[in-house]
Design a protein around this ligand. Structure first.
Ligand code: FAD
Length: 505
């Protein structure tokens, strides 16, 4: 008996002394908030549920991320505020999250329950430097506002394709309508100010002692630190009064889904003109209990007309409507998205998943047929899936995009030997208002769907469009560099343990 008591005593002592140091207790967060508040004060640190706290929590695009209530929100005005917050978070070992444009589709990636949220809504400055042809901006700006602010100079940054989305896009690589000529958005980084997990602020460039960090931030997402300032290459696109682009969108009947998917594969295989850009979407929506599908093609050319030799296959398919005209860059990416536009669709559970395939007809048609099966299985009242919309989105990654990235020093996603082309295949789903989580049987269906359309060997999955269970990093061409650099900058794996984001490091 004495032995048993002693064993329990020793065991409980051991458990106490070897208690998992990574386990965060909500109390720690409250104390850390108090310590940050002592340094920075209110309104930078908000611990009560005041209007700005509430607005921030409720504004996340995926409604699942509006349900977390952080112990406090830090609204930095400058990098040193992020340093102060990270030092306290690191010391107290508390869970944290970072939010810029609020548009992640992944549950838990931009908000945190009982932890500390760092929200960039007060850091939105942007400036253009003509001599270096570069743009410097803070993480809180959204792409539409960046476009509007830069149009007076006739330049743009390689950002998103939707105005309301934010700069988190860059850390996931980023795809723009300028990507065919400029590479992934992140390929255009020149310099990044980064607050590391322990609160140290460094500036990373392609040639300084943080060049490894610089490279992995081109696709490494939120795992390597918090970026507080981006300097990127500017691209000449003309002012708001000039219309150097031609294009717009075409809406087609869904009976052309396969024809248009094949045309997108062919376009991806054959297009070598980096002035062309295209995005093909198929969306199925449940309207009054009936699933209705429509195909929408977005197509642009940096020139005065859409060349038949590039876009002919799409222009000859009968359309429901065509809106094609000369365009300024600010018309392609307006400051305000239309009110009924998907990016403004807050209040719903959203879900993404990604694949990337070589642009062969059979692979694209196979991906399409799995999408159609998935949609018809889940998108009707009988299943009680709660799902109201499914989308299938094809983005061509042209050889010109890959070459532009290599020429700019390469990124962590694309192997130096990869030339492309390939097709990013994104699937997304939206659920009914009032639903706050994805039913398990639906997630099981999504997991199966992910398995059915695996990435072709050697192609990187796109983190901005993935399911949070997909091991995207493993598909990266520079995975070994990613792992070793992570170990170097975060040896205790604090980020992996205390904030949500991509798995696999
Ligand atoms: C409607 C819509 C359209 C989209 N269009 C495109 C597109 O055209 N091209 C494309 O590439 N992607 C696109 N995406 C995907 C988008 O890029 C990702 O969802 C991206 O993560 C959004 O960034 P954000 O700043 O808006 O979101 P947030 O949710 O604020 O941030 C996203 C992630 O980045 C992290 N993060 C943000 N800022 C920082 C920082 N400064 N330092 C460290 N971590 C940070 C966050 O913690 C979070 O994990 C689109 C998404 C939506 C919903």
């Amino acid at each position: 008996m004495a032995f048993l008591t002693l064993s329990i005593f020793i065991l409980s002592g051991l458990l106490l002394t070897t208690a998992d140091p990574t386990v965060a207790h909500p109390g720690n967060a409250v104390e850390a908030c108090a310590s940050i508040n002592k340094s920075l004060g209110s309104p930078i640190v908000q611990t009560s549920s005041g209007p700005e706290y509430n607005f921030t929590v409720n504004n996340a695009w995926n409604v699942q991320n509006t349900l977390f209530k952080p112990a406090c929100i830090v609204f930095p005005r400058q990098a040193s505020h992020v340093q102060t917050a990270m030092k306290a978070i690191f010391k107290a070992k508390v869970h944290y999250a970072v939010q810029a444009g609020s548009h992640t589709g992944m549950k838990g990636w931009n908000n945190v329950q009982d932890g500390i949220l760092i929200m960039f809504s007060h850091m939105q400055s942007l400036s253009y430097d003509a001599p270096s042809h570069s743009v410097t901006f803070e993480p809180g700006i959204h792409w539409g506002n960046a476009t509007a602010a830069l149009s007076q100079f006739g330049v743009a940054v390689v950002g998103g394709r939707v105005g309301d989305v934010g700069t988190g896009l860059l850390l996931g690589g980023g795809i723009s309508f300028l990507s065919p000529s400029q590479g992934y958005a992140a390929d255009n980084f020149l310099s990044l100010d980064v607050v590391l997990v322990d609160g140290t602020l460094v500036t990373a460039t392609a040639s300084n002692k943080y060049s490894d960090l610089f490279k992995v931030l081109k696709g490494g997402a939120n795992r390597f630190g918090i970026v507080t300032k981006y300097t990127v290459r500017a691209v000449d696109v003309g002012t708001a009064n000039e219309t150097p682009f031609f294009g717009g969108h075409i809406i087609y009947n869904s009976s052309y889904a396969a024809t248009l998917s094949k045309a997108t594969a062919k376009y991806t295989r054959e297009t070598t003109d980096s002035k062309a850009a295209l995005l093909f979407t198929i969306t199925t929506t449940l309207i009054n209990g009936v699933a209705q599908q429509v195909c929408v093609l977005f197509l642009f050319y940096h020139g005065t007309a859409l060349p038949q030799s590039i876009f002919g296959d799409f222009l000859t398919v009968p359309a429901i409507t065509k809106e094609l005209s000369p365009l300024s860059w600010t018309q392609i990416l307006p400051a305000q998205d239309p009110p009924d536009f998907v990016s403004s669709n807050r209040g719903f559970v959203q879900h993404f998943s990604a694949s990337a395939v070589v642009p062969q007809d059979n692979l694209v048609l196979d991906a399409l047929s799995h999408f159609q099966n998935f949609s018809s299985t889940f998108l009707h009242n009988g299943t009680q899936s709660g799902m109201n919309t499914t989308s299938f989105v094809l983005t061509p990654i042209l050889t010109t995009q890959i070459a532009a990235g290599h020429a700019k020093g390469g990124n962590v996603m694309v192997s130096p030997s990869l030339k492309g082309p390939y097709l990013n295949v994104q699937r997304s789903e939206q659920f009914d208002a009032g639903i706050t989580d994805i039913p398990q049987f639906v997630q099981d269906g999504m997991n199966l769907y992910i398995k059915q359309v695996p990435p072709s060997p050697g192609l990187p999955l796109f983190i901005n469009e993935c399911d949070k269970g997909q091991n995207v990093y493993k598909t990266y061409g520079e995975f070994e560099l990613l792992k070793s650099t992570y170990k170097k900058y975060d040896p205790t794996r604090f980020n992996m343990l205390f904030t949500e984001g991509p798995i696999g490091l």
